[in-house]
Design a protein around this ligand. Sequence first.
Ligand code: GTP
Ligand code: MG
Length: 392
Amino acid sequence: MENKEQKYSSDENNTRYKSGNEVVQSNSTEKCHATEIDLDLQDIEGIGPTTAKKLKEAGITSVLGLAVTSAEQLAVDISFSKDTAAAFIVGAQNLLRESNVLEKEFVTADFVLKERKSMLRCSTGSKSLDGLLLGGIETQAVTEFYGEFGSGKSQICHTLCAMASRPQSEKGFDGKVIYVDTEGTFRPERLQQIATARGFNAPEILKNTAICKVYNSTQLELIIKDLGRQINKFKAKLIIVDSVISLHRAEYLGRGTLADRQQRLNSILHKLVRIAEIYNIAVVITNQVQSSPDAFFGDPTKAAGGNVIGHTSTYRIYLRKSGENRIAKMIDSPYHPYSDTSFTINNRGIDDVEDYMNREKLEGLLDPNLQLDTVGGIEENGFNDSKKKYSG
Ligand code: GTP
Ligand code: MG
């Protein structure tokens, strides 16, 4: 049945949709935003009314939704062969290329450079952390923050919720946020406090943040599968998953379940990468740490989730405590230098140590002669005293 349908549609559409293999030059037309276009599943080569109906029944309602699906998953969902499923996905991606949503398959490096200049960056709320990230978190990328408990992962996520709705001229995304909370640690009061302390419109920011509480790993997998639809519905520009691993880690115990767990995590992460690229949005994930007893030198902690997460995240930042401050270190990136920086946590969410000190000094809470030390912290006594007075 599907073969007949596929043949009919491809004959009809061959001239409409080219293979997309040509190398485009830098003067090519600008990319449009995925959420701005209106394409139908039946516009895809090989998909007629019957297949479109099947896809919709499997929860795939849009071309974008189909383009981010994996062939293995789709083959199971619509009971077609993996090859046919892969052909539909490629067809969806080609259609997006034709509509200038996706880049052509082969493009020149100068074109990619130009495209990257128009990519959006959102401030994390701390100038020093923005510096480490060369401007903030990026669209079309998955940024992973990992570190032990209390290292500031969720605080970064809360601060990003406040920053993302800022106008682009003020280093925001001018967009909404979907916050997938797997640990039950999202606090609207904290977001309100951060937004108010920064002089932002707190009620509006709360309205622009959609929270999705997740209780088990299967639910997380289903939520990620359906994320494309939610992004379109909510017009989100940033997806936060805090944390991406905790549920799988708690449910899949013992070596016997490791392969299954890693495969499931792999599928979640690849879907997030495709979503970031195709929907032109930023994805931020948090990850836990595990101790590495075989490390003889240096820090014996490493990110949980093994290579599956390590190879999938675009940028990977390690957070650790340093007294009352936090150190962020760029661990893996295709283009950031491997450097580190420090930030602090206060009523503004995450903040710069220096800015925080200057404000404290202005308010007369700190000794005006107090200096920053070199490890990115502040001399412990002065900071601790002020912190007690500051945060109450
Ligand atoms: P886990 O989720 O447990 O792995 O840790 P995490 O890395 O997400 O930690 P989180 O981001 O929740 O950071 C917790 C730390 O942030 C606490 O130890 C506090 O020092 C600080 N913190 C949390 N809430 C506030 C607040 O309202 N005001 C201030 N000043 N600090 C806060
Ligand atoms: Mg947390």
